[in-house]
Design a protein around this ligand. Structure first.
Ligand SMILES: [Zn+2]
Length: 220
């Protein structure tokens, strides 16, 4: 499954998080990175893009997209990777679906030993003892499939959990599906009374769709 994703010829990637000092920070807007100026401009028109930077020589364009939701088309279930992983200095040491070992680990299919309880899972990940979400999608923009394929990667628990439902429905639909990636803001008060908020992505509303021909050659 991973090989299929790596082989894909992608025109850009969209993120909703950054890593600062080893910690994941959820972004309040989407971050697009592409090598194509035309793609950057077209997407900026569609999703209220704002220039973040263009590298010298213009070979990388980064735009902040202020749209809350992005409707995407996923060509096949294999274009969704949803797993929990833990890495050490030696590389990948745990890959699972929360209860069973996933490839490329040698004990594929065997019980992985992660706790059933979601809170316990999150606590283990926070302390570095347990795996954390590793979700990746390859998709076409429903509003502009002719631009080509994009990837989206996230380590947010909310995306990981919402993708579980999406995958279930994708398998039932058995063909290309449309879903919406949405940024949600959650507000909470800390113990000292501070009002803080965090933003995370979620996947929603799967429905079967047909793809335009120009998009399908990349999906083959
Ligand atoms: Zn596990």
């Amino acid at each position: 499954m991973v090989q299929i994703l790596e082989r894909e010829e992608l025109v850009g990637r969209i993120a909703a998080e950054e890593w600062r000092g080893g910690r994941r920070v959820g972004l309040r807007s989407w971050l697009l990175t592409t090598k194509s100026r035309e793609v950057a401009e077209r997407i900026s028109e569609l999703y209220q893009g704002e220039v973040v930077r263009t590298t010298a020589g213009g070979d990388s364009h980064v735009r902040r997209l202020h749209a809350r939701g992005i409707m995407v088309t996923v060509a096949r279930v294999a274009h969704v990777r949803r797993r929990l992983t833990l890495e050490s200095r030696q590389g990948l040491v745990h890959a699972c679906d929360g209860s069973r070992v996933l490839p490329p680990m040698p004990d594929e299919g065997k019980p992985c030993g992660c706790p059933d309880d979601l809170f316990a899972r999150r606590a283990a990940a926070r302390s570095g003892a347990g795996p954390r979400p590793d979700a990746r999608l390859v998709f076409y923009l429903a509003a502009a499939p002719e631009l080509g394929g994009f990837s989206f990667q996230s380590t947010a628990w909310q995306l990981y959990e919402s993708l579980g439902l999406v995958l279930h429905e994708s398998r039932r639909a058995g063909g290309p599906v449309q879903m919406e990636l949405v940024l949600r803001e959650q507000r909470m008060a800390t113990r000292s009374g501070l009002d803080v908020s965090c933003t995370y992505p979620e996947a929603h509303s799967v429905r079967r769709t047909s793809m335009v021909k120009s998009a399908l050659h990349l999906a083959a």
